[in-house]
Ligand binder design. Structure first.
Ligand code: CO
Length: 466
């Protein structure tokens, strides 16, 4: 019998999508031993914005959170999302930092590392993949992930080629990451069939979002076409900008005669637990009702919903809403000039802002943002398709060539660790503390100072009590 497995996203992407990753560990600690019995393929619980949010807003040590989850869920594969050479942000880190980050992630409890690059420049996945293999335990899985987007150059054949390349590089599984939720059922069918035909037994995972309302249809078609694992969220944290609902897909799959490892009683118990948690954040205003709704604009305008609302806000700020239609036409034109990058952060902002500038100034690329200049210089990686040659020459000068970030910036140096040690002094008690600082210096330093102050307070109390 055909089998499909589930990755539960409530601890990472679902709460990142619906409530800006502000779910504290204490809110869900109690349910983890139950979730451990659910039969998930994996639980996505770390990476992405969780790390930043722990330090910046929740006064939590992200590493300690991971160790706690590990302790409470010994039987479940814990999964994280890693932006290749950028780790959790947008900066290009040295190889030694990437390697140490992966080593520490596995040491603190991660089993599956899903590695992607916003531009699908796979040179940016190599170091993280090598490190994953180097520090792998018997449970470790390196998942090669493709950022899905639509453009004239992003054909099924191109995606199949990318998958073959990821397999050649040595990834254990493949994931298609449709962050904007714009993959249609038709596209899912052709992609999954094409990929499965090309790569054989390697498990294929589909990650999508309900943003445009297509996710359930798309996942159903993907399942019919042979996908092995789907990403879903417990139903009270599903839909809108989040994933499709775990229990709903489980119910439908049963009627298809498709086997899953899920325990129906437990997945319902998980949802019952999270219902009041969600209500608390609706009441506090942290969950915006807009994020729970379906927004089909991305399908009409071919521009992700978040990018569109950003553009409207910008135009309103500048009293220029009369330029809306013009800006809407300019976005795909700028994207074409940039070689069709996937419209994800930070590319979505770069393309959107440049399009608005072009329209407001009344002359294309009279003003060019520094981000767009850096993009042409190659600082974000290689563009998916050739960029506009005239614009490239305007930015780089005649005969100018983009830099190769892999060669220029990635060498192992040790300097980041030396700098972190110097800056933190006795505040740093572990390699994990140093790593937090390297990734988010200001947030980590503040967190570590607070931690020290908190401990000193405790010592004083204990002495007084004694
Ligand atoms: Co996502």
């Amino acid at each position: 019998m055909k089998k499909v497995q589930f990755t539960e996203t409530v601890l990472r992407d679902a709460n990142q999508s619906l409530m800006a990753t502000r779910l504290p560990y204490a809110d869900y600690a109690e349910i983890l031993p139950v979730m451990d019995q659910a039969g998930y393929y994996s639980v996505e619980c770390w990476g992405g914005a969780t790390f930043d949010s722990c330090l910046r807003y929740l006064n939590e040590d992200p590493w300690e959170r991971l160790r706690n989850i590990r302790r409470q869920m010994p039987n479940t594969r814990l999964q994280m999302l890693l932006r290749g050479q950028n780790l959790l942000g947008y900066k290009h880190y040295h190889d030694d930092v990437v390697e140490k980050f992966v080593e520490l992630s596995i040491k603190n409890g991660i089993d599956i590392i899903r590695i992607f690059d916003a531009l699908n420049d796979f040179r940016n996945l190599g170091t993280a993949l090598e490190a994953t293999k180097k520090y792998a335990t018997s449970r470790t899985i390196a998942s090669g992930c493709i950022s899905y987007t639509q453009s004239p150059v992003h054909t099924v054949d191109k995606y199949v080629e990318m998958c073959k390349e990821l397999v050649r590089m040595g990834f254990d599984t493949l994931c298609l990451k449709d962050m904007a939720g714009t993959m249609s059922p038709f596209e899912a069918e052709h992609l999954i069939k094409g990929i499965k035909d090309a790569v054989g037994d390697i498990p294929v995972i589909l990650h999508t979002h309900c943003t445009t309302g297509m996710a359930y249809m798309t996942l159903t078609k993907a399942i019919e076409s042979g996908v092995d694992v789907i990403d879903t969220a417990t139903s009270c944290f599903s839909n809108g900008t989040s994933q499709a609902a775990t229990e709903t897909l489980f119910y439908a799959l049963q009627q298809y005669g498709i086997e899953t490892d899920l325990n129906e009683k437990i997945i319902n118990q998980v949802n019952d637990f999270f219902k009041p948690v969600k209500q608390k954040y609706i009441d506090s205003g942290l969950i915006n009702p807009k994020s729970m709704a379906t927004d089909s604009q991305a399908l009409v305008y071919k521009v992700p919903g978040g990018m569109l609302s950003n553009m409207i806000a910008n135009l309103k700020d500048m009293n220029a809403m009369d330029k809306f239609d013009e800006a809407l036409v300019e976005i795909p034109a700028v994207r074409k000039d940039l070689g069709y990058p996937p419209l994800v952060t930070p590319l979505s902002q770069m393309v959107g802002n440049q399009a608005v500038t072009n329209v407001l100034v009344g002359e294309r690329y009279k003003n060019i943002s520094n981000e767009v200049k850096n993009y042409f210089r190659g600082e974000y990686g290689i563009a998916p398709a050739p960029v506009d040659p005239a614009l490239e020459e305007k930015i780089l000068g005649e005969g100018g060539k983009p830099v190769d970030c892999r060669i220029e910036d990635s060498k192992r140096t040790g300097e980041d660790f030396r700098n972190a040690k110097e800056a933190l002094g006795e505040l740093a008690e572990s390699e994990e503390d140093l790593m937090s600082y390297i990734c988010f210096p200001a947030q980590a330093e503040k967190f570590l100072k607070d931690r020290k102050a908190e401990r000193e307070k405790k010592v004083i109390y204990t002495i007084e009590e004694a």
